[in-house]
Write a protein that binds this ligand. Sequence first.
Ligand code: ADP
Ligand code: TYD
Length: 222
Amino acid sequence: MTLAEEDSVPQGSLRIPGGLFVVFEGIDGTGKSTQLLLLAEKLRQLGYAVVATCEPTNGPYGRMIRELFVDRDTVSREEELELFIADRKQHVQEVITPALSEGSAVICDRYYLSTIAYQGANGMDPELILEKNENFPIPDLAIILEIEPAQGIHRIQNQRNEHPNTFEKEANLQKVAKIFASMQQDYIMRINGSDSIENVHRRVFEAVAKVLAQKTTQPGDG
Ligand code: ADP
Ligand code: TYD
């Protein structure tokens, strides 16, 4: 089966050996949620079983994290890190690992690179953050969408009609963006998020299709 044969494939019938794990990363307002929805729709049209998810989750730890957005100073930075790790542990156990085992494409809005960037910008040791994340599944592809922090804030305020939360102040986002820019993992792909939604989607899909082709080609094929 190739991507070109998409029209005849019923949704959800194609399984990927070991699943496909794609995460969207980047500062706030880069277009992660927008691109996640477009990618999920595209993969479903191609016939894949897709699980679209996000962190922080809507579970108990995720809800506690969202309360921090109102006032970050109610917990220490160590406690803040522990909340993100507890949320991820539950997310991995209950959603991500089972979906990958079933051969689904799991697409997640934020994952552990966000913890390295945001809790790192908040003064936590990057080595300690990595250590706390080392037992979680490694993504097949992490797409970091890049825009200027001021543009991200502008999008949040003017297009989403929201007020930036305490994580979204420009000086903080500058620090976060710098950490994202320094990451070297070989599964990272950087895409300019200030291009049009359609152009960003095209690049995202090109990158995903490449990884998918590698995953679905069995040794000995071709
Ligand atoms: P994130 O999930 O990264 O915070 P969103 O996907 O919610 O970002 O996008 C933030 C806002 O910017 C939304 O109103 C969205 O419609 C808009 N947006 C997303 N991508 C683009 C783009 N490439 N060009 C212009 N506006 C965009
Ligand atoms: P999110 O809801 O994705 O915000 P947005 O749609 O504006 O990008 O994420 C909420 C906030 O949580 C975001 O400011 C980044 C922060 N965050 C961390 O600080 N550490 C983490 O590990 C994760 C997953 C998110």
